[in-house]
Ligand binder design. Structure first.
Ligand code: URA
Length: 435
């Protein structure tokens, strides 16, 4: 078999056989298929798509390209969540403790942020001394003891995705439904969870820009999970504007802490209550969505969810005093307020623009070697639909960059806003649920 023939076959719109997909993925992981050939194959898939069978085979080959974790030593039904990425998405930091406080078991392996999307691991690392590298045994012990662990994906887990994601990121082939579905589901299947809640983001700040694409991606992933006996549900959530108010690592951790104290922004909390209640029924901890939702409200109100975050941080070596006293987090040296130059209603806050701007302020990395400034980012003062007058605060910018570096970014942030003279309807954060 020759890789070039497989690329030509896909380029010309034909289906690849199971053996051919296996030849590509095995060869790529071993270094026998080159990066440029895999790039060409990803681009051919981007344009030609894949059949259901091809996507299932690609997922299976990727899942088995490395270690497949056995979590059976954790008692009960393990449930995990995965978001397809967004701006200001600190959901796992709020949802994980909430679900664990009600009795769910979540062993979550998270990734780092790249480009305009943030990663849960980077956010966690803004807590001093936090350890995100744990062995499988340590993770199992932690989940059995406190119900929750969020750690970094080990290098042995789905090496095919690690190589391919980095390649896709620089070859314009991220936004492909078969490639995203195989990437996400291979990781979730290999990490050993019993049930999967997928948060498929849709809008400017997400990879899926419209509902049709998001629906297709969600259905593809739900079918893969359910056909392999993993109870899989997808929540389609809005990512046209950032989620919550804070964008940037320690700023988002502070928002997550406030949320667990019952002071979270409406959209973030709604996403957590909806996702969490589905997860608790998937895990059979609760019989109905209504019962689960009530219990989630209870653990936020009585402080048990916040306690879980403290326990997780402690179990992973982090300095809990920062969680108890978030004012201890270092604040960026330059704090700049951006004020409205219009009277009217906020029609749009482009999540992509805000995400890219936060990255340029130091909150994200363009390449995997970039060092993140944990204190950098943007905190919105109001969201789409709000009525503002000239001079009202739109957002606050936090950075340690030089004036020369951050001044152009301020213009880009201003350009992310659009205004209307008419009242603007606010879209619900939950757009659809696919089972
Ligand atoms: N998230 C992933 O894990 N993989 C993708 O391909 C896109 C988003």
């Amino acid at each position: 078999m020759r890789m070039v023939d497989l690329i030509i076959k896909k380029r010309d719109g034909q289906e690849l056989s199971d053996e051919e997909i296996k030849f590509w993925i095995d060869g790529y992981v071993k270094g026998e298929v080159t990066d440029y050939q895999s790039s060409a194959m990803c681009m051919a898939i981007y344009f030609r798509g894949m059949s259901k069978r091809e996507i299932a085979t690609l997922t299976d080959c990727m899942e088995h390209s490395g270690e497949v974790i056995d979590l059976s030593a954790i008692e009960g039904i393990k449930v995990d969540k995965h978001s397809t990425g967004g701006v200001g998405d600190k959901t796992s930091l709020v949802l994980g403790p909430m679900v664990a406080a009600v009795g769910g078991k979540m062993a979550k392996m998270s990734g780092r942020g790249l480009g305009h999307t943030g990663g849960t691991l980077d956010k966690l690392e803004s807590i001093p001394n936090m350890i995100i590298a744990k062995t499988k045994e340590q993770m199992i012990e932690q989940v059995n003891r406190i119900g929750l662990a969020i750690i970094g994906q080990t290098s042995s887990l789905v090496p095919a995705d690690k190589k391919m994601y980095a390649l896709r990121d620089v070859t314009g082939t991220v936004e492909s439904i078969p490639l995203i579905a195989a990437s996400v589901m291979s990781k979730k299947l290999a990490s050993g969870t019993d049930a999967i809640l997928l948060d498929v983001t849709v809008g400017e700040g997400a990879f899926m820009k419209n509902m049709d694409m998001a629906r297709e991606l969600a259905r593809t992933m739900v079918n893969i999970g359910n056909s392999l006996n993993r109870n899989t549900v997808a929540v389609l959530s809005d990512m046209s504007e950032p989620l919550g108010m804070a964008v940037g690592n320690s700023l988002e951790v502070k928002e997550a802490i406030a949320s667990l104290h019952g002071e979270g922004p409406e959209d973030l909390m709604e996403l957590c209550y909806t996702s969490g209640s589905i997860m608790l029924t998937q895990a059979k901890v609760c019989d109905t969505i209504e019962e689960a939702r009530e219990k989630l409200h209870e653990v936020v109100a009585n402080g048990k969810a916040f306690e879980k975050l403290c326990l997780m941080v402690e179990a992973q070596g982090g300095d809990v005093s920062y969680i108890e006293h978030p004012e201890k987090f270092e604040v960026a040296k330059k704090i700049i307020e951006i004020r409205s130059q219009h009277d009217g209603y906020i029609k749009e806050i482009d999540a992509l623009e805000i995400g890219v701007s936060a990255m340029k302020l130091g909150a994200g990395r363009e390449t995997l070697d970039d060092v993140i400034d944990m204190s950098a980012g943007i905190v919105l003062a109001c969201k789409v639909g709000a009525k503002v007058n000239k001079g009202d605060l739109l957002c606050t910018v936090y950075t340690n960059k030089s004036e020369e570096e951050y001044l152009p970014v301020l213009d880009e942030i201003r350009a992310a806003y659009d205004f209307s003279n008419e009242e603007v309807p606010v879209l619900p954060v939950i757009r659809e649920i696919i089972r």
